[in-house]
Ligand binder design. Structure first.
Ligand code: MG
Length: 178
């Protein structure tokens, strides 16, 4: 049996973010990470000596993800830096990652910039995509253009992945086992 792919976004599902006056969600720990790509963006924005990036991570997420019947894949702008900085803190092994040919571009059909690239990367394999920015047009486009089952799971960026999300992923994998 081939496991479906689990395409994982970071900012939102694994690293929630909230505006003031909201607080860090329960169960998360604060980390300050010297993320090179983020520091480069800070420098480009005129900050001469950027400090580390503050990230909230849930220590239970790594074990919970590893227990899912999926092959995990980073589908995030963090790319290889997800393995470098996040995998050890979450308790995940080094994972394959989508090396986006292009990021944050516009789309003629109003799709998320990841949508077409994820379908191409999956190359016909069943997959679940977990992200905080999925819109109905992305789900519809994937259903029309991906030849295998696909689940799009939109996560609230203020809360990150919750037990109900893990339950939904488990149920979908069971229903679509091949
Ligand atoms: Mg995100």
């Amino acid at each position: 049996m081939t496991r479906p792919l689990l395409m994982l976004d970071v900012d939102g599902p694994l690293a929630p973010y909230v505006g003031r006056p909201h607080r860090r969600p329960e169960g998360y720990l604060t980390h300050r990470l010297p993320v090179r790509s983020w520091q480069e963006r800070q420098r480009a924005a005129g900050i001469r000596r950027p400090g580390p990036l503050r990230v909230w991570l849930h220590p239970g997420h790594g074990p919970a993800l590893r227990a899912l019947p999926y092959e995990l894949v980073w589908a995030t702008t963090w790319k290889e830096e997800a393995n470098q900085h996040l995998a050890p803190l979450l308790g995940l092994p080094e994972l394959p990652y989508v090396d986006w040919p292009s990021m944050h571009h516009g789309d003629p059909d109003g799709l998320h910039w990841k949508t077409r690239q994820l379908v191409a990367w999956a190359a016909g394999r069943p997959f679940a995509w977990v992200d905080d920015e999925i819109e109905p047009q992305d789900t519809a486009w994937i259903a029309a253009h991906h030849p295998a089952p696909a689940l799009t799971l939109t996560v609230d960026h203020r809360c990150g992945l919750r037990p109900a999300d893990f339950a939904a992923l488990t149920d979908w994998a069971k229903e679509n086992a091949s």
